[in-house]
Design a protein around this ligand. Structure first.
Ligand SMILES: [Fe+2]
Ligand SMILES: [Fe+2]
Length: 276
């Protein structure tokens, strides 16, 4: 399968979107919004980490894959910057930004391999989430159309490039203990970051103290077909010493989305042959 083109999404996001764009459900909307707020800083960190490890990569095919990864993450960043501008217009505030910047400052004192291990852990989380979006269409079925398009496009590309940081880590001789240690760190910090930002979004949205918000939230997080039921197995799989992101195959779902939405994006850089 050809994969990892850099695609520009045809999006009208600059015209704004409803305050509760995800089915009128404040919790789910603010949870997705919280994720979006962290992406411009987070995805720049992933780009920098993978690029820093590139000089030690000898294989030309993997170098090309890294370039495609950088292109995809850079276009996600740009789209989420536009998205986040609309959130500011709606009165939301990137509350955890200082905490996130502090984490990024700390990461500058770490080795290339530790930053890569951290990136790999975050990429595993985004791959789990992307797999959920693609495999469980009900997560976004009631989203407003432009937002559904944006989140599924991002999910498709996350699923496409989910093994890149892993491959670079392997190519640099990265080991199991470091991989797990940073995964545990990222699991805690990521849950804290998103939990705090979602709570703040709900507060500023005037929905924090409403029973309905939390009933919807518990349903989405803990209900059947919800986030945690979807995520716990792939989360655990990371502990296996032979783990690879390729264990979960998304190729058919990716191909189906790409052909169904051919008019919704423009390829800026051609797809690579056979990276999956
Ligand atoms: Fe991304
Ligand atoms: Fe990614």
């Amino acid at each position: 399968m050809k994969a990892m083109a850099v695609r520009q999404l045809q999006s009208d996001i600059d015209h704004g979107f409803p305050r509760h764009w995800l089915g009128g459900d404040a919790f789910r909307t603010q949870f997705f919004n919280a994720l979006s707020m962290t992406f411009p800083l987070g995805e720049q960190f992933f780009i920098d980490s993978v690029r820093a490890a590139l000089p030690a990569v000898r294989e030309p095919a993997l170098q090309a894959v890294v370039q495609a990864f950088v292109g995809q993450e850079a276009s996600h960043r740009q789209m989420h910057v536009r998205y986040n501008r609309q959130l500011e217009v709606q009165g939301l505030h990137f509350f955890i930004e200082p905490f996130l910047r502090w984490q990024l400052w700390l990461s500058r004192h770490l080795s290339v391999m530790s930053n890569l291990a951290m990136t790999m852990a975050y990429e595993h989380f985004t791959a789990i989430f992307a797999d959920g979006i693609l495999r469980r269409p009900h997560w976004l079925a009631d989203a407003s159309p432009s937002m559904q398009l944006l989140w599924t496009w991002h999910a498709v590309e996350e699923a496409e490039h989910k093994a890149v940081a892993f491959d670079v880590y392997r190519a640099n001789g990265g080991g199991y203990v470091r991989r797990l240690a940073w995964f545990l760190y990222v699991s805690i910090v990521f849950a804290l970051d998103i939990g705090m930002q979602t709570t703040n979004n709900l507060y500023r949205d005037g929905q924090l103290f409403k029973l309905r918000s939390w009933r919807c939230g518990i349903g989405y997080l803990l209900g059947s077909g919800g986030l945690l039921r979807h995520a716990w197995r792939p989360w655990l799989s990371y502990f296996h010493w032979r783990f690879t992101p390729r264990w979960r195959d998304n190729r058919e779902l990716i191909a189906a989305w790409l052909s169904a939405h051919r008019t919704d994006y423009r390829e800026l850089r051609a797809a690579l042959a056979d990276y999956s």
